[in-house]
Design a protein around this ligand. Structure first.
Ligand SMILES: C[S@@+](CC[C@H](N)C(=O)[O-])C[C@H]1O[C@@H](n2cnc3c(N)ncnc32)[C@H](O)[C@@H]1O
Length: 296
């Protein structure tokens, strides 16, 4: 019997709960990117998808920049405890939305028949759903954020598919690409016109590139280009492919502007080092309002 996806994510968050010091460089990069974005509103609103332990977010610095912050994750306890550790007071404008499945896939992947296999009809219904989708607890917030950040969450959404289905499942790749597309659509749906999306994603680790452990900041950009050329990256997480998707795919190009990729940096996690980069994009004004069907 496979552990439920939610339990597994909570277990992983527990493993990295004490990583505040270790994440300092990564936190500096993520927080810096969010704080440096030009904002039009005098009361800017931030939404963070996958906030978890909040070890990659300097919440006090963010609270000084944003009037309100919504933190969203499956693991509500991790976010509450992260806020406590960073000693934010009640006036900081932070709101926590826990137990939110950002891909809407957990019920599908955890729904097993007697022999432990997945319900194929449910899986196909998921794959056939039309257009953008937004988790129900986030519906009232659609179109309301100046900045939406996803912080190393897409890799976890995709990893859950591999762990649950196995990479040899005939629908594995289709599901990975559907979840990636849906995550980008969700970020756009939450943004107000003129808002900025920041997709921070880990895309390769020292498991397949041991050189990452000691790579200097000067060496890292050329090393990452080389790794991408060699197809040494997590399935679905080639940052250059995500840039192309947002700027050239018919479903995105009319809604996005100024799509760009940052230089990579290293994130020293508990047991390995990841190369991370952020894809920054604007949501254009005048895009047609998206419909947000509820999952069947
Ligand atoms: C790598 S962690 C991000 C790091 C985190 N911000 C921190 O500082 O510890 C990825 C986060 O995604 C969350 N996550 C994974 N799958 C999810 C899902 N289906 N829906 C919502 N959150 C999910 C996990 O609970 C975890 O907190």
């Amino acid at each position: 019997m496979k552990p439920s996806i939610q339990k597994e994510q909570i277990r992983r968050n527990a493993l990295s709960v004490d990583c505040w010091q270790r994440y300092a460089g990564h936190r500096h990069q993520v927080t810096g990117l969010l704080c440096e974005l030009p904002l039009e509103s005098s009361t800017p609103a931030l939404c963070v998808l996958g906030a978890g332990n909040c070890n990659d977010l300097d919440l006090r610095q963010l609270a000084a920049r944003f009037a309100t912050m919504h933190l969203v994750d499956l693991d509500g306890d991790a976010m509450h405890e992260g806020i406590q550790r960073q000693q934010l007071d009640d006036a900081s404008g932070v709101k926590v939305l826990g137990s939110v499945d950002l891909a809407g896939l957990i019920d599908v992947l955890d729904d097993r028949t007697g022999d432990g296999s997945i319900s194929e009809p449910r899986l196909h219904r998921f794959l056939q759903q039309p257009g953008p989708w937004i988790p129900r607890p986030l519906e009232p917030l659609a179109g309301s954020f100046d900045v939406v950040a996803s912080v190393c969450t897409l890799s976890q959404l995709i990893d859950s598919i591999g762990v649950s289905l196995g990479k040899n499942h005939p629908n594995f790749l289709e599901l990975v690409f559907a979840v990636r597309r849906q995550h980008l659509q969700l970020m756009l749906a939450l943004l107000r016109d003129g808002g900025r999306g920041v997709l921070v994603t880990d895309f390769v680790s020292s498991d397949t590139c041991p050189e990452l452990v000691d790579a200097s900041p000067e060496r890292l950009p050329s090393l990452c280009v080389q790794l991408i050329q060699q197809h040494n990256f997590f399935t679905g997480l080639n940052p250059m492919a995500i840039v192309r998707l947002l700027s050239q795919d018919a479903a995105f190009q009319n809604q996005t502007a100024d799509v760009r990729l940052t230089s990579p940096w290293c994130w020293r996690y508990v047991s390995r080092t990841y190369a991370v980069a952020a894809i920054l994009f604007g949501k254009t004004g005048g895009s047609r309002p998206a419909k947000h069907p509820t999952r069947p």
